[in-house]
Design a protein around this ligand. Sequence first.
Ligand code: FMN
Length: 370
Amino acid sequence: MMPNALFSDNRVKLGVMAFNCSNGSTVTTAEGVWPMTWEGNAELARMADGAGLEVLLPVGRWKGYGGETNFNNRTFETLTWASAVAAITKYSTIFSTVHAPLIHPVAAAKMAATVDHVSGGRFALNVVAGWFKNEFEMFNVELAPHDRRYDYAAEWLDLVKRLWTEPEAFDFDGEFFQGKALWSQPKPLQSPRPPIMNAGSSETGHAFSARHADMNFAMLRQKDEDSDRAQIAHLKQMATDLGRTSQCWIHVYVVCRETEKEARDYLNHYVIEKGDDIAVANMLDIFGVQSGTLSPDVLDAFKFHFKAGHGGYPLVGTPEQIVDGIERLSRMGVDGMLMSWVDYLGECRQWIDQVLPLMEQAGQRQKFSP
Ligand SMILES: Cc1cc2nc3c(=O)[nH]c(=O)nc-3n(C[C@H](O)[C@H](O)[C@H](O)COP(=O)(O)O)c2cc1C
């Protein structure tokens, strides 16, 4: 079995995110925005996989954010998605994003093991604690107070890890879960277990990642480079203090054009002229009120980044400028970047053809041979 691509030697690892959702990560009514069909998902997954991108990551979403776009209202469920994507790809790591409070750990452990077998040991789990009250209301599950969500996720993950690794049945009597003779077979192919990511971005979320996950999907505050560097260093130091290591992944939204002006004009077009302010206001409301990550002043400045790419980091310009931007992120401690575009199929193809070779020349990645 090949080692999981998440641990490839590439200094800057790459992935594609959120293409299981309508609109992907761009909160806009611009022409060509992602309509989200299975045919499109399959084509994009094969394209990224064939080019040696390390990660395919679906977002866990059950309900749209309203506004003209009703952003992310059509979504494929991520474990069933992962199984299908696993069956048509060969190299990339296939993630599922699972809300701990919405799927019982016994079910989740088995579904994950199933995907690990279908993929030949390429599964990874992005476990999230929940942040969107409206989707929890559909399950009649109360969104717990912020820090309690992470206590719950910790016990949930403990149980999943035990089900993945313990050969004998065991009783479990925790604070949130109780059960008799818990057992799961087959075990995942990956030993001791599939990699785990967490997207918590509050201090509690980061502490959870450091203790329980192998990588944090961080939301950089983007005040300035020094503070982002410090945020990443702090994240990694927390893991080091626990005798663990943690990769730092971030989300980047990409607009790559022949000239910087063309790139900036298009960014302005889809964000300023065609952005869906209502959906983003709803999103920020949820994010600001229900998470402790961003203070009110930063929240306002983040409106642009949320419309452009779900609060991600901008990579905007010519292929050369983008590779320079990546170099800065790498020096700041970023290990991997999950990308989104307005036009996933056209712009991912362009990335592979025009940006990837420059990344190889810059020593950020090695040439991929399938
Ligand atoms: C890029 C990114 C993607 C995320 N994807 C999801 C997701 O798919 N589903 C979800 O419920 N939460 C998602 N989250 C929310 C996080 O799990 C987390 O709740 C949020 O970053 C706030 O952090 P906190 O929970 O530590 O306050 C995402 C966050 C970021 C930054």
